[in-house]
Design a protein around this ligand. Structure first.
Ligand code: ARG
Length: 411
């Protein structure tokens, strides 16, 4: 940030209030030193002519989007055994490119839910230092998991002794992993509470970690001021995790009505990646995804969308999380249309990616809405996304922290 006040006016756009869906037509936003300092008709902003003015007339202006579930250091075409050939430095370099792609797609904040070697912490720091462009990254560091579980590495036989860094068994062992994550810069804890689709040999329906271990993870993380995100597809693992007090359930594919009700009661967010199944089932084989994983996806993909619909109808708190990295980074916005197809209004889908995620991240005071005092994370699209949410698949203008990263308005 410069020594003198950098002032920018985003002039005359149609500003969407994501809390209500009201559109303030022809309004302007004054940004100073990375923050929104005034909002309204241009005459009311007290401009002195030193501002950089960006014309937003006709465009629809929204707060920067966020994604509660990405893997910046993963690439969509390195699945299955191909992943073994990717070194940690190589993955980190991909992360640099993917961070920029994600930002330019309009996603100004992401939770990175698991990365080897704390590469996501390094990415966060390089972005914060202004060395590389990227979204705000909330890193999970290494994901916790049981021996042989979804968060372990199960591709090689015993003689290779390959174990993922986050593997721990037992309440004290998991507490130690949480502490280690905190020590090395994680801001959120991710653990695997059931088997998964893309891991070898795990069962979607099988719970991973006992209730006691889950309670230990949550207790330790919360004591250190970190939220907890659980990977869970199976009904029992989801239930046990919600009872243990997690802050969000990722995937939540086979969640039953009782757990939806419990999540609603406790305020647990559901972060359901309802687009990714289409990628896995159409391009997955070519991308190296194992046949057994394709079989598991066939079991879980549609069921997850039906669960999503039930959760929306029941009024559960919904996050916006995509699992980008499994598929192409930058296509995060494709999920909006799926959320609308499966029961949300466009406004609800937009709220998931703005105010809801901001609340889940514990950042509601600084991101998630265009309001005076909030960070200047602002995007714009040509048409009204409240009429056609697919507008958000191609974001035309991105400002993050008061800096313009792309502007294709009027092109
Ligand atoms: N990373 C997740 C897993 O391996 C991807 C699940 C994708 N499928 C889905 N229907 N959401 O389990």
């Amino acid at each position: 940030m410069g020594a003198h006040a950098e002032k920018t006016v985003l002039s005359g756009g149609n500003i969407i209030d994501v809390r209500t869906g009201n559109v303030m037509t022809g309004n302007s936003i004054l940004v100073e030193d990375g923050r929104i300092v005034a909002l309204g008709g241009e005459d009311s902003l007290g401009l002195d002519g030193t501002e950089t003015v960006i014309d937003m007339k006709g465009a629809y202006v929204l707060p920067g989007l966020s994604d509660s579930h990405v893997h910046l250091t993963s690439r969509h075409d390195d699945h299955g055994y191909r992943s073994l050939a990717i070194s940690l430095p190589r993955a980190t370099i991909s992360g640099v490119a993917n961070a920029e792609t994600t930002l330019k797609a309009g996603f100004t904040t992401v939770r990175n839910v698991g990365a080897a070697g704390y590469s996501d912490v390094a990415l966060r720091d390089a972005i914060m230092d202004g060395e590389i462009p990227g979204p705000r990254v909330i890193p999970a560091g290494v994901a916790l998991g049981i021996t042989g579980g979804h968060c372990d590495m199960n591709l090689l036989p015993k003689e290779y002794d390959a174990t993922s860094e986050g593997v721990a068994d037992g309440p004290w062992a998991v507490r130690q992993k949480v502490r280690e994550n905190f020590k090395y810069g994680a801001e959120v804890i991710k653990y695997c509470g059931t088997g998964g689709v893309l891991s070898k040999g795990t069962k979607i329906g099988a719970q991973q970690f006992t209730a006691e271990e889950m309670a230990a993870i949550v207790d330790e993380a919360h004591a250190l001021g970190m939220k907890v995100a659980v990977h869970a597809h199976g009904t029992k693992g989801i239930r046990t995790a919600i009872e243990a007090g997690v802050d969000s359930v990722e995937h939540a594919s086979l969640i039953d009505d009782e757990s939806i009700a419990l999540a609603r009661k406790q305020g647990t967010y559901l972060s359901m990646d309802v687009y990714v199944s289409d990628f896995i089932l159409s391009e997955g084989e070519e991308a190296g995804i194992l046949p057994e994983s394709l079989d598991k996806e066939r079991e879980v993909g549609r069921a997850q969308r039906e669960s999503f619909k039930r959760a929306v109808e029941a009024g559960a708190k919904m996050a916006f999380g995509t699992d980008a990295g499994v598929y192409q980074h930058g296509l995060n916005g494709r999920q909006f249309a799926y959320m609308v197809e499966w029961g949300m209004t466009p406004l609800q889908a937009i709220q998931a990616a703005t105010i809801n995620n901001a609340d889940l991240f514990g950042m509601a005071d600084i991101i998630g809405a265009i309001e005076v005092g909030k960070e200047a994370d602002i995007i714009a699209v040509g048409g009204n996304p409240l009429d056609d949410v697919r507008e958000l698949e191609d974001v035309d203008f991105v400002m993050a922290d008061g800096v313009v990263h792309s502007n294709e308005l009027g092109e």
